[in-house]
Ligand binder design. Structure first.
Ligand SMILES: [Zn+2]
Length: 151
């Protein structure tokens, strides 16, 4: 399998193993965080996205665990990671959306909003809708369909 970390010869500092909720149980993948330049390279690989050409918001949330209630399985992740108390989409945890390619997505994005060590112990959430990058507090990106704990 293709491994980005082998190409740049550096292990990811930390990683979230993504799994879907009950309705989206085939959705899975990884989000890796690699220290690069003055920030982080975020490498995302997802399988089993619900729509062949969907666009899905992705954020780092404040909570530590992918837990919740039966009707909202990832509710305990709370709000977007936002230690600087800014507005959306300027939260530390705001990221570009993920594009489905027949259910598969791979992306790499650089951000200087955080170093990998700053997101350990938080969570990555994939939402059912794209982020509009305007609506407060979370871009109107809808239901949380998948989650991963950054470890
Ligand atoms: Zn946000």
């Amino acid at each position: 399998m293709f491994s980005f970390s082998r190409i740049i010869c550096q292990r990811p500092c930390c990683k979230a193993v993504i799994h879907g909720d009950g309705k989206f149980h085939s959705l899975h993948g990884t989000v890796s965080f690699i220290k690069a330049y003055c920030g982080t390279l975020v490498v995302t690989e997802l399988y089993g996205l619900p729509s062949p050409d969907g666009v899905y918001a992705m954020h780092i949330h404040n909570g530590a665990e992918c837990t919740g209630t039966e009707s909202a399985p990832f509710d305990n992740v709370g709000s977007h990671l936002n230690p600087d108390n800014t507005t959306h989409p300027f939260h530390m945890g705001d990221l570009p959306a993920v594009f489905s390619n027949n259910g598969y997505a791979w992306s790499a994005v650089y951000t200087d909003r955080f170093y990998p060590a700053q997101v350990i112990g938080h969570t990555v959430i994939i939402h059912i809708s794209p982020d509009d990058y305007r609506t407060q507090p979370s871009g109107n990106s809808g239901e949380k369909i998948a989650c991963g704990e950054i470890r």
